[in-house]
Design a protein around this ligand. Sequence first.
Ligand code: ADP
Ligand code: MG
Length: 701
Amino acid sequence: MTPERPAFFETRIEYLKGVGPARAALLNTELHIFTYADLVQHYPFRYEDRTRFHEIRELTEEMPAAQLKGRLRYWEVVGEGPKTRLVGTFTDGTGTMDLVWFQGISWLEKNLRRDGEYVVYGKPVAFGGKFSITHPELEVLTPENEAGGYWQPVYNLTDRLRKRHVDSKVIARMQRTLLEAALPYVRETLPAELIQKYRLISKRDALWHIHLPANEAALHQAKRRLKFEELFYNQFRLIKQKLIRKTDYAGQIFTKTDLVTQFYKDHLPFDLTNAQKRVIREIFEDLRTGRQMNRLLQGDVGSGKTIVAFIAMLLAVANGAQACLMAPTEILSDQHYQGLKPYAEAMGLKIVELTGSTNKKGRRLIHEGLLDGSIHLIVGTHALLEDPVQFRNLGLCIIDEQQRFGVAQRARLWAKNPTVYPHVLVMTATPIPRTLAMTLYGDLDVSIIDELPAGRKPIKTVHRYDSHRLAVFGFLREEIRKGRQVYIVYPLIEESEKLDFKDLMDGYESVARAFPEYQLSIVHGRMPFRDKDYEMQRFIRRETQILVATTVIEVGVNVPNASVMVIESAERFGLAQLHQLRGRVGRGAEQSYCVLMTDVKLSKETRQRLETMVRTNNGFEIADVDLKLRGPGDLSGTQQSGVVDLIIADLAKDGEILKAARECAQAILDDDPDLVLPQHAPIRDHVESVRADERNWARIS
Ligand code: ADP
Ligand code: MG
């Protein structure tokens, strides 16, 4: 133990030379920098090339920025009102150019030196054959900056900081002061073995060069090292959690399969796909081990996760336990309940549904039935989490569409069986790119259904502008004539709820006018559940041909005869959501279609999203594009899951490093789970210091 290290890095930032109380207060509020540790971990987000000086005669408009040195010949203030500006004439012997300021003119007039030598940095723009830079960075030429040859780190800043003259240069100076003092206290956090194997630079060098890179190569190495470390510890923690669960948490042992065999023999409505069979095997193996199962089941929309869930539930019941299936919305819960009820009843099992709409008496009966064990299976929404819901012996929890459930809610389900935690199967239809899955669900075992039931035709997707609506309606009419049903979906985003609601209603009316011969259903979030359900049921029974809806139908709704999905204002949906919506069709034997309606004016990124949808039906490919376009922070449900904890690694780009880091973490934990080997001391120390930190924070907050 070297106690001085944490102590040093916990020093409050105002004690750093050149900071002081006023700036410290600013750093606290603006950047949440309180200690030396916080400052040193405030990494630059990009770097400017100051390694060389450009000459005026070689400037081009394509340059993102240029660094020049030369003489400020003279200046004058020109223009009036908001156009008032100070224009300086700058020369370096190869040409002349203008330096332009709209702000701070009086200060500049007082402080600029005629014929003074300066270093200038900024974006060159050509104007009438002459180059100029507006609001350049300007420094008096000194022996240091004349030497050039450095990369300027650029830090996240706020307007308030800039107004108080705390810019990237100032932060870089603080970093230099800090690092010069701090290097002796920096401890290596990775074992020597790993550093050698992956040719990583030391933690000390990495911290130095991430802030003050000597050259491009050093910067690259610094980033690589810090990313590796971050991802290594991220994976280490997840794998460790998984190990702890595997060794410490017992699970009920389910070996009797009679109910399952009987179901296969008498009631299975179709042949399972090979992928479904494989996943069922994986689950059954887990349920035999005597350890709690924590498994993620990933399967694209329509891949048939529900039947897998039901078969797992049967196994639990066959072994004297109860099982629950939790869905994120009432519509979905209802649909699962309606879908599973015939199977359950054919097997002589009692299944019930519990949601926010269940009345008081119904609730009481359910509470009693769960406690005395007469209810075998329960389907429901968040209502299942409520305290009065207690089981005689809950053995298996299935959570559908995980992205809507937080980790805390998962834990509340566990608590429903305090004697032995129930096994948990989390199902998600949001395909998650491998890199993201590793960091989000690294503590879960993963099963994947990567095969659709036989006979499914790939959905045909097209993109149409709003101006082609008549043609689209014509197409819908043809499909309905063939006996198909149609979804028309409108966005409903909370921030613009009123406007969106109006769009939905206007849309509904225009569809009603265009299709007087057909019946319409409408479903949206503002309706009471009973009305929603009534409208859905009419659609399911084919009494209506068109369902106009908001995204409440996004997840899981299953109406095999509906073969056309029209998405209005498709530009306003994210890729994952579009894919989810499209997944509502293509569930029967008929050819299905998805029509993406948009305005003609579209951003480049939106076009890319739409093109991706038109090009592919593959959820994993779509998830990858999504990750690249949006970055991981935005992907649904990731906010509370720890992804945002990554400071420097970028899941969209650092897949290779992540893979290596995960393999190392796994190998070390396989080899030495308690970190007793001397070569693993750096890991042990780091884990302990992080834990101590967390304890401190817990005490404070
Ligand atoms: P998801 O994985 O999206 O939840 P579902 O479980 O709702 O998919 O299944 C989609 C549809 O496919 C349902 O109508 C279901 O009955 C059907 N299905 C599931 N597995 C098979 C299979 N092996 N063969 C044929 N149809 C299947
Ligand atoms: Mg489903």
